[in-house]
Design a binder for this molecule. Structure first.
Ligand SMILES: *[C@@H]1O[C@H](CO)[C@@H](O)[C@H](O)[C@H]1NC(C)=O
Ligand SMILES: *[C@@H]1O[C@H](CO)[C@@H](O)[C@H](O)[C@H]1NC(C)=O
Ligand SMILES: *[C@@H]1O[C@H](CO)[C@@H](O)[C@H](O)[C@H]1NC(C)=O
Ligand SMILES: *[C@@H]1O[C@H](CO)[C@@H](O)[C@H](O)[C@H]1NC(C)=O
Length: 275
């Protein structure tokens, strides 16, 4: 805890502006709520997640953990996966500050993603900065995870990567709500009907591999889909998400995990030459 305070003090001294937003009103309270952290210097840092609770053991002993580095020269280009089958619809949504990230939750679901014969219902999305997955070793500025689940508890996540540039329209539409949940895990913000299609992407290409949740309990057999298109987000939008979380950490991205013989497939539509 002392180390965290010291780190924060150091960061605050160096970047005073950041701290106008990031210094917690009551740091002992915030820290006590956190069960895991992204700071390797803390007892609850990423390499120790698997030791914090028995139910989190797979974070350490798992063999198909996420995130991974996607190496284009190692992927298998396939057409059999087919274009993504998404049937989304607008649904009542709530913004929540989970202490380690900001989540937009569709309590009643907002449609589904179909893979083979299985329909995974879209439950929530949340953001990580920097990106958790890297492409050819390159880390991007932000990663959105759209989390889909079946009633049996099977999970499929669509990951979208962003680099700094023009503002992201989806985040822009949520600005007021994001400010309202900033720095507090106490309140939830009703944001009304939110259409998942506002998370616009034009790419048909995607990577597919089997991995895990990137936060404890790190459950495996998560079907990952990483979109081939890198979108843009404004620096201020990334800062808003990052400062809102305020767990004393500058990032909420888990370090890369070993790929362990896993195959990454790339779906590439036959007709398209340029993405
Ligand atoms: C901070 O929170 C702790 C635990 O809830 C409480 O005991 C303490 O009085 C608080 N300090 C301030 C300055 O509010
Ligand atoms: C990892 O730990 C869990 C929980 O103790 C255990 O059930 C599982 O068999 C272990 N897996 C490996 C690969 O050691
Ligand atoms: C959305 O949820 C809020 C809070 O639960 C509720 O007041 C509102 O009526 C809901 N809106 C719709 C369109 O279902
Ligand atoms: C979909 O079906 C194919 C062919 O049977 C199989 O190889 C693949 O693992 C399945 N994908 C998922 C995510 O279940």
């Amino acid at each position: 805890m002392e180390k965290v305070a010291a780190t924060r003090f150091l960061i605050c001294s160096l970047f005073a502006v950041l701290c106008l937003f990031s210094y917690p009103a009551n740091s002992s309270e915030v820290e006590d709520e956190r069960e895991f952290s992204y700071d390797e210097d803390e007892d609850t840092g990423p390499s120790r997640w698997g030791e914090i609770k028995e139910e989190w053991r797979v974070c350490k002993n798992g063999t198909m953990q996420s995130p991974i580095d996607v190496l284009n020269k190692r992927v298998r280009v396939v057409s059999h996966l087919g274009a993504l089958q998404m049937k989304y619809h607008p649904s009542n949504a709530t913004l929540k500050n989970r202490g380690h990230d900001i989540m937009l939750e569709w309590a009643a679901g907002a449609g589904y993603l179909q893979i083979n014969e299985t329909q995974y219902v879209l439950r929530q999305c949340h953001w990580h900065s920097f990106s958790e997955h890297t492409i050819d070793g390159k880390r991007l500025d932000l990663e959105l995870h759209m989390v889909h689940e079946t009633e049996a508890g099977e999970t499929a996540v669509i990951a979208i990567l962003y680099k700094i540039g023009k503002p992201d329209a989806f985040l822009s539409s949520l600005t007021e709500g994001l400010k309202a949940v900033s720095d507090t895990t106490e309140t939830e913000e009703q944001v009304g009907m939110v259409d998942p299609w506002l998370i616009k992407t034009s790419s048909l290409r995607y990577y597919r591999y089997l991995g895990s949740l990137t936060t404890p309990p790190c459950s495996e057999n998560v079907v990952w889909t990483i979109l081939g298109e890198v979108k843009t987000v404004a620096k201020e939008q990334v800062n808003l998400l990052r400062n809102a979380v305020d767990d004393g950490s500058e990032i909420n991205a888990r370090p890369l995990q070993p790929i362990n013989n896993r195959l990454v497939e790339l779906y590439q539509p036959k007709a398209s030459k340029k993405d």
